[in-house]
Design a protein around this ligand. Structure first.
Ligand code: ADP
Ligand code: TZD
Ligand code: MG
Length: 581
């Protein structure tokens, strides 16, 4: 055929159909492009297909029984990985269920994104009573770090990028992303869609401290006779583990870890003053806070937990400038990211650094050894029913033998005593109730810990605490996760011995006596154990953790052993009315 013939008789051209994409796929593509591989959520209108499609596209989609636990899972995934954990919910009620977790994540400085489907704007804004109608964006705004809504498919890429950057940069926190139902079905050209996506470059940029701030901090630190480092969960989050260890060891300054910073250096480290916490806080003259706020957990940096007013000088490393002077004067604020700040301090110490006076180190060592010796016999009792101490003594040995297991812990006595008794050996292995002291994080944290790290998880749960998220044992069984739950069953909140003075009802703090939480696990195919002595507890937990299968150990604890509110009973208001004799 000649070229001319071609022109004269052109083959009929078939218009190629442009390839299309839609809101569903763009959300999934945007998350995947940013390295987000897991979604925690509960399905329903309008996001059921989003979950299905995400799964089909290779994402891990973990479905829960209640959004609060999916949200808690997302929050702790954020803490563990520095990537925002994603929680996906339906509108109004599902959104509200997830919102508690979003607010808690923000309070704890964990990066998380709550993505909720929402009803039609036109109807919501005219309050015409749509299915699950609620102005979710407005409600979320005051409870999280940032809140965004996307109305056009072409803006999904930017919306997801903004959410990621807001969650991770500076002080991490919770972000709400509102996706109205109509958005998911919007169609656009696939190529244009791909181009609209944004891969967030450097979502948490290093924030290097000013050299003057480092010099000032070192001056104050050098002047100290009784210096102390306090490590908070910000230090654990920062993943600057080697630099932090180096700072402690090079400076020779003793340290106290806050609850979730335990294990950043092993609790058995010679410079750990964890077991001499009261003395360390009270008698220190210079305190270097690293990723720890002077909130209620540190008695606001004043009062009877600390020395005379003005006798303690504070240096604070934090990424959030407004944290400085929040409770007491910070004489040397060091604003920046922990990795950079700690490294700068280390560099500034150089060769000529003087170790702290040895009498201070000795004082803390003596106190620590005395406290440990005083505790030791309590941990060894083999009495039945068990005391908290005896049961925790058994678990302490198990964690020592399995230092890479993740410990999830909530309750009152079960929390406060476990924090003191169970030594941690590795960073980010202790996950607990955090800044709010919130009950209900247990099963959500356990699921995400197992999913994100692949490590075995040991949950030590008060019987009340467990009840807040207990239904998620089905989730744990459904995904076959290596989670061993130990319920410290003392028949109630703090104690199981209260009575209703009128004799009519059970007391407000007690539960059904001698409940068998182990049967809940058996209901879903996991293994249940019922134990009454530390030896039985040890055997059961070891067997469960060796199997790698879901298990629940119902550990019978003396109902009279606990104290009101664990270690924080003093925060309870007391009635001003004197009881009649
Ligand atoms: P804890 O309860 O363990 O005392 P807090 O939650 O009170 O810890 O404090 C954590 C602090 O760490 C927050 O003030 C937060 O701004 C800060 N933070 C979190 N990540 C970083 C980081 N990468 N660099 C600096 N500060 C950080
Ligand atoms: N609700 C929420 C969401 N958080 C809370 N902290 C509380 C209620 C109040 N609360 C505590 O602070 S501890 C606790 C509650 C209900 C339970 C303590 O009982 P437990 O632990 O069985 O978990 P112990 O070992 O019996 O003390
Ligand atoms: Mg209890």
């Amino acid at each position: 055929m000649t070229a001319l013939a071609k022109i004269v008789h052109p083959a009929p051209e078939v218009e190629a159909e442009p390839e299309l994409t839609d809101g569903f796929h763009l959300v999934i593509d945007a998350l995947k492009l940013n390295g987000i591989e897991t979604i925690y959520g509960v399905p329903g209108i309008p996001i059921t297909d989003l979950g299905r499609m995400a799964q089909a596209e290779g994402m891990r989609v973990i479905s829960f029984r209640h959004e609060q636990h999916a949200g808690n899972a997302a929050a702790i995934a954020g803490f563990l990985t520095q990537k925002p954990g994603i929680c996906l919910t339906v509108s109004a009620p599902g959104f509200l269920n997830g919102l508690t977790a979003l607010a808690n994540a923000t309070t704890n400085c964990f990066p998380m994104i709550l993505i909720s489907g929402s009803s039609e704007r036109e109807i919501v804004d005219l309050q015409q009573g749509d299915y699950e109608e609620m102005d979710q964006l407005a409600i979320a705004k005051p409870l999280c770090k940032a809140a965004f809504r996307v109305l056009h498919a072409a803006d999904i890429g930017i919306g997801v990028a903004r959410a990621i950057r807001a969650a991770c940069s500076g002080r991490p926190g919770g972000v709400y992303l509102d996706l109205p139902a109509k958005l998911f079905a919007q169609v656009m050209d696939a190529e244009a869609g791909q181009k609209s996506l944004v891969k967030v470059i450097d979502p948490a940029p290093a924030q290097r401290p000013a050299p003057e701030a480092i010099a000032r901090a070192l001056e104050v630190l050098k002047s100290a006779k009784r210096p102390l480092i306090v490590l908070g969960k910000g230090a654990a989050y920062a993943q600057a583990d080697e630099a932090i260890r180096s700072l402690v060891e090079t400076s020779g300054i003793p340290y106290v870890p806050m609850s979730m910073a335990k294990g950043l250096l092993p609790d058995t480290h010679p410079l750990s003053a964890g077991a001499a916490r009261s003395t360390a806080l009270k008698d220190s003259d210079v305190v270097l806070l690293i990723g720890a706020r002077l909130n209620w957990l540190l008695s606001h940096g004043k009062g009877k937990s600390w020395g005379e007013p003005g006798s303690t000088k504070f240096i604070q490393i934090d990424i959030e400038p407004r944290e400085m002077d929040s409770n007491v004067e910070i004489v040397a604020p060091v604003v920046g990211d922990i990795a950079s700040c700690v490294q700068a301090l280390l560099d500034g110490m150089g060769q000529g650094w003087q170790q702290p006076p040895s009498d201070w180190i000795e004082t803390l060592k003596t106190k620590r050894e005395a406290n440990i010796a005083k505790m030791a016999p309590k941990l060894m009792s083999n009495a039945s029913p068990m005391t908290f101490h005896a049961a925790l003594g058994a678990l302490r040995t198990i964690v020592k033998e399995r230092p890479d297991a993740i410990l999830v812990n909530e309750g009152a006595n079960t929390l406060d005593l476990a924090r003191g008794i169970i030594d941690m050996y590795q960073p980010r292995k202790r996950l607990d109730v955090g800044t709010w002291g919130i009950m209900g994080i247990g099963m959500g944290f356990a699921v995400a810990a197992a999913v994100e790290t692949g490590k075995p998880v040991l949950c030590v749960e008060g019987d009340s605490a467990f009840g807040f998220s207990g239904m998620e044992v089905e989730t744990i069984c459904r995904y076959g996760l290596p989670v061993c739950i130990v319920v410290f069953n003392n028949n109630g909140i703090y104690r199981g011995t209260d009575t209703d003075p009128t004799g009519r009802d059970p007391a407000t703090t007690v539960f059904v006596q001698d409940s068998r939480y182990d049967k809940m696990m058996e209901a879903f195919g996991g293994v249940g154990y019922h134990v009454t002595t530390p030896d039985e507890l040890t055997r059961a937990v070891n067997e469960a953790m060796n199997s790698g299968r879901p298990a629940l150990v119902n550990a019978v604890i003396d109902p009279a052993a606990g104290s009101e509110s664990g270690n924080i009973g003093s925060l309870n208001p007391q009635s001003g009315i004197k009881k009649k004799k």
